[in-house]
Design a protein around this ligand. Structure first.
Ligand code: ADP
Ligand code: MG
Ligand code: MG
Length: 248
């Protein structure tokens, strides 16, 4: 079944004339892995942020359906509860909220949307520990404030921990590979691969074909100047790697 259906999506920076997305079309079905590549400034991050409802942008035309419902009718929080997840290029810090508290609140909000009962602290801990372990993260991360003082790599691992806890249907991963050393990249990629089912899907945004060696995409899209201009299989990523975007 189709998870995400985007048609002729146009968006600009809120309260400005600056149009960034100029007609994006994309369909993602259950079980698929997609990658969007493209030059810096081509609109990749904006696309993901518009889908999750980032307030910096406004949609000017087009549509986005998520699980057959209009995404743009929903508040950002409702989109998350519906099963849409985004990991940010630069994850924010949340002072004064411990990571385990934050994860449990997020998990229970999602469970409520799925009509599942709330997990009390002990049960949540049992749900969380294997996921923490899969990411080679120390339990000490749970007592620290969300992302506060985390290194770049630790923030990225923590984003994937959030994804694992939320059991999202569609994960939008924006440059999840940036700033990761090889070991961290392998942990993060293994964790993402371990979360894949025939019912969920992943959209990776990346500059580097390196990530695609670890998480194999079914489709690679090239974004340029606010549009998807090419779609192919992973061989497209190889062309980019060898010859750059101009070759396309
Ligand atoms: P990418 O992720 O492909 O590198 P972005 O989506 O971050 O590209 O940005 C696309 C273009 O839109 C860039 O020229 C960027 O400067 C501009 N842009 C993105 N967000 C904003 C914003 N909030 N205000 C002004 N310009 C923006
Ligand atoms: Mg960029
Ligand atoms: Mg970006």
């Amino acid at each position: 079944a189709v998870l995400l259906e985007v048609r002729d999506l146009k968006a600009r920076v809120a309260d400005s004339e600056t149009e960034i997305l100029r007609g994006v079309d994309l369909t993602i079905r259950e079980g698929e892995v997609h990658a969007i590549m493209g030059k810096n400034g081509s609109g990749k991050s904006t696309f993901a942020k518009v889908l999750v409802g980032h307030p910096d942008y406004e949609v000017t035309a087009g549509s986005a359906g998520f699980k057959n419902e209009n995404l743009f009718d929903k508040e950002p929080e409702e989109r998350s509860h519906a099963g849409l997840f985004m990991s940010f290029q630069s994850p924010i810090e949340v002072p004064g909220v411990s990571n385990d508290e934050f994860l449990r609140m997020a998990c229970n909000a999602r469970r409520a949307a799925l009509n599942k009962p709330e997990l009390p602290p002990l049960e949540f801990f049992a749900h969380l520990m294997p996921k923490l372990k899969a990411l080679n993260m120390s339990p000490t991360f749970l007592n620290r404030n969300v992302n506060e003082g985390f290194s770049g790599g630790e923030k990225k691992r923590n984003e994937i921990l959030q994804l694992a806890v939320l059991e999202a249907d569609l994960a939008l991963l924006d440059e999840i590979d940036s700033g990761l050393d090889v070991d961290a990249l392998r942990d993060v990629a293994n964790a993402i691969n371990g979360l894949r089912t025939s019912k969920n899907a992943v959209l990776m945004i990346t500059h580097h074909e390196r990530l695609l060696d670890y998480i194999h995409p079914d489709y690679v899209h090239i974004m340029d100047n606010g549009r998807i201009v090419r779609t192919g299989d992973s061989s497209l990523a190889q062309i980019v790697h060898k010859e750059g975007y101009t070759a396309l």
